[in-house]
Design a protein around this ligand. Structure first.
Ligand SMILES: Cc1cc2nc3c(=O)[nH]c(=O)nc-3n(C[C@H](O)[C@H](O)[C@H](O)COP(=O)(O)OP(=O)(O)OC[C@H]3O[C@@H](n4cnc5c(N)ncnc54)[C@H](O)[C@@H]3O)c2cc1C
Ligand SMILES: NC(=O)c1ccc[n+]([C@@H]2O[C@H](COP(=O)([O-])OP(=O)(O)OC[C@H]3O[C@@H](n4cnc5c(N)ncnc54)[C@H](OP(=O)(O)O)[C@@H]3O)[C@@H](O)[C@H]2O)c1
Length: 454
C-alpha cells in the first residue's frame, strides 16, 4: 500500500463478460505478474454473453463452456462488476482515470439491415431479437412475435438462421426440457407455424452452415427437412475455389435430404438457395416476400457472388426472420469503424491503453472457441505494451476505493457471489422439471434474487 492509501496494482478493466472477455481475463491472469488485477464489467446482471443469450436452448452441451469462465471468475485477482454498463453508469474517461488499460469485449449486439422495402412491416423480425427473446435476455422479454400463420421465411444461410428455424419447429416436448425462457415456451407451444423456409442468396456450397447443424435438421422429432433437387442442380458444375471440407460435406448432406421422401411429419423445414429477397409485401403486416433468382458468378477476388436474373418469385408467408448477421453499435468515446460495424482497431489495439477482443474486434463471425485465440492475441499486445511502459497512468486508488466508486455509480452492482445466487436459484427452479435452469428474464426478478428477496 502506498502512502496515499492506493496500492501498486496494475488494473485492467474488461468490458463485456462473453467468451471474448472471459478468455481475455483468463489469459491475462495466467500470463502476468501477481500485481495485475482484472475487473470484469457486464451490463446485464448475468454474465457469459451469447453463451447465455445466443446459443440455442437445445444445445446444452455447448453452454458447459461456462465452467471454464467460472474458474476464471473465481480467480482471486478478478472481480465481476455485473449490472454495470459502460456508457450508462460509467464513461470511458472514468475507466481511463482508474485503470492502466481497458479491453472492450462488448460483442456486436444488433442486426444487419437487409435494406429492402417492407423490412419494417409488422411481422418482419430481426433474428437478434427473436434469439434474445427465446433465450430470456432482459432487453427482449416483452417482445411479441406473431406465430399464428402457417408459413414463415428465414432469410440467411448461416447457423443463426438454422437456430431460428429449429426453434420454430421443435416440439413442446423437445423444448420443455431446455432452458428456453418460459414466455417463449408458452408462445411456441401455441404456434401455428407448419413450414419454415430458410433461404440463402447463394448456392448450397456457399452456405455458412456447419455440418452438425445441417445434420441436426434431419433428426427433428416432428419436422421433415425438404430440399428441392432441382434447386441444388442450379449450382451444379460451378467450382467454388473457396469451398472447404465443411462446404463439401454440407452439399453431401443436402443431397441426401433431396433424395429423401418426407415422412409426413407435422412440420417441415425447407432449405432454398440462390434467392435474394427484394421486397417484403403486405397491407400493414407481412403477407409475402418477393425474391429474385440468382446465378453464381466469380468476382474479381475469385469468390462466387450472387448475380440477380430477371426471374422473380413471390412466396406468401405470415412472418419473416432476418438472419443475415449481427452488427456492432458504437460506444460513446470509442473509435468506431462504420463500414465494418465494429470498434476500429489494429490487431486489437484501439489507442493507447485501449484494446478490443471478440466480435467487437473482428466482426460477428466465429464460434465460441474462435474468441480464445483472438483474445489471447490482443492480450499479448497489451502485455507487450505493459512491458514497454505504454499503458495509461491512472490516479492512485485501492481495491475498496475503486469498488466504492463503481457502486456509487451503480448501487445495484451484481458481484460474482450475487451471480452465483442467481445461478443457483435458476438451477433450483429447473430441477423439478428436469431442466438445466428456469431463466429469470426480467431485470427486477434477477435483482430481487440477487438482493436475497426470493
Ligand atoms: C444466436 C447465436 C447462437 C450461437 N450459437 C453458438 C453455438 O452454438 N456454438 C458456438 O460455438 N458459437 C455460437 N455462437 C457464436 C458465439 O456466441 C460468439 O462467437 C461469441 O459469443 C462472441 O463472443 P463475444 O464475447 O465477442 O461477444 P458476446 O458473447 O456478445 O459478449 C458481449 C458481452 O458484452 C456485454 N456488453 C455489451 N455492451 C456492454 C457495455 N456497454 N457495458 C458492459 N457490458 C457490455 C454484453 O451484455 C455481453 O455479455 C452463436 C452466436 C449467435 C449470435
Ligand atoms: N451452432 C453453432 O455453432 C452456431 C450457432 C449460431 C451461430 N454460430 C456462429 O455465429 C456466427 C454468426 O452466424 P450468423 O448466422 O449470424 O452469420 P453468418 O454465418 O455470417 O451467415 C450470414 C448469412 O446471411 C447471408 N446474408 C448476408 N447478407 C445478406 C443479404 N443482404 N441478403 C441475403 N442473405 C444475406 C450470408 O450470405 P453470403 O454468404 O452470401 O454473404 C450468410 O448466408 C457464425 O460464425 C456462426 O457459425 C454458430
Amino acid at each position: 500500500m502506498t502512502a496515499s492509501g492506493a496500492d501498486a496494482k496494475i488494473r485492467i478493466a474488461i468490458v463485456g463478460s462473453g467468451p471474448a472477455g472471459s478468455y481475455a481475463a483468463g489469459h491475462l491472469l495466467r500470463h502476468s505478474d501477481p500485481d495485475l488485477h482484472v475487473d470484469l464489467f457486464e451490463r446485464l446482471p448475468t454474465p457469459w454473453g451469447l453463451v447465455r443469450a445466443g446459443v440455442a436452448p437445445d444445445h446444452p452441451k455447448i453452454k458447459s463452456v461456462t465452467r471454464l469462465y467460472e474458474r476464471t471468475a473465481e480467480h482471486p485477482r478478478l472481480r465481476l462488476f455485473a449490472n454495470v454498463e459502460l456508457g450508462r453508469d460509467l464513461t470511458v474517461a472514468d475507466l481511463r482515470r482508474h485503470y492502466h488499460a481497458i479491453i472492450y469485449a462488448v460483442g456486436t449486439p444488433t442486426d444487419r439491415p437487409l435494406g429492402i422495402p417492407g423490412e419494417e412491416l409488422a411481422g418482419s423480425y430481426p433474428a437478434t431479437e427473436f434469439v434474445g427473446w427465446y433465450n430470456g435476455h432482459p432487453d427482449f422479454c416483452d417482445h411479441d412475435f406473431d406465430l399464428s400463420g402457417e408459413r414463415v421465411i428465414v432469410i440467411g444461410a448461416g447457423n443463426v438462421a438454422l437456430d431460428v428455424a429449429r426453434m420454430l419447429v421443435l416440439t413442446h416436448g423437445e423444448l420443455a426440457v431446455t432452458d428456453i425462457a418460459d414466455h417463449a415456451l408458452e408462445v411456441l407451444e401455441h404456434s401455428g407455424v407448419r413450414e419454415v423456409l430458410v433461404v440463402g442468396r447463394r448456392g448450397p456450397e456457399q452456405a455458412a452452415f456447419t455440418n452438425p447443424e445441417v445434420l441436426e435438421l434431419g433428426e427433428l422429432a416432428d419436422a421433415d427437412v425438404v430440399v428441392d433437387p432441382g434447386e441444388l442442380a442450379l449450382a451444379d458444375g460451378i467450382a467454388d475455389p473457396a469451398a472447404d471440407t465443411t462446404a463439401r460435406r454440407n452439399v453431401e448432406i443436402l443431397r441426401g435430404y433431396a433424395e429423401r421422401e418426407p415422412a409426413g411429419r407435422r412440420r417441415r423445414v425447407a432449405l432454398r438457395f440462390l434467392l435474394s429477397p427484394v421486397e417484403i409485401r403486405g397491407e400493414g403486416r407481412v403477407e409475402s416476400v418477393v425474391f429474385v433468382r440468382n446465378v453464381l458468378e466469380a468476382a474479381q477476388d475469385g469468390t462466387l457472388r450472387a448475380r440477380a436474373t430477371e426471374e422473380r418469385i413471390e412466396i406468401p408467408c405470415s412472418a419473416v426472420f432476418r438472419a443475415i448477421g449481427y452488427r456492432g453499435t458504437p460506444l460513446a468515446e470509442v473509435p468506431f469503424d462504420e463500414r465494418r460495424g465494429l470498434i476500429a482497431n489494429e490487431d486489437g489495439r484501439v489507442r493507447r491503453g485501449e484494446y478490443v477482443v471478440g466480435w467487437a474486434k473482428r466482426g460477428p463471425s466465429g464460434v465460441i472457441g474462435t474468441n480464445k485465440k483472438d483474445a489471447n492475441e490482443t492480450v499479448e499486445r497489451l502485455l507487450e505494451d505493459l512491458a514497454a511502459g505504454m499503458l495509461l497512468e491512472p490516479e492512485p486508488i485501492d481495491d475498496a476505493g475503486l469498488e466504492a466508486f463503481v457502486r456509487e455509480r451503480r448501487p445495484g452492482l451484481v458481484d460474482y457471489e450475487g451471480w452465483v445466487r442467481i445461478d443457483r436459484h435458476e438451477q433450483g427452479l429447473g430441477e423439478p422439471a428436469g431442466r438445466p435452469r428456469v431463466k429469470l428474464a426480467r431485470l427486477e426478478e434477477l435483482l430481487a434474487v440477487h438482493a436475497g428477496e426470493r
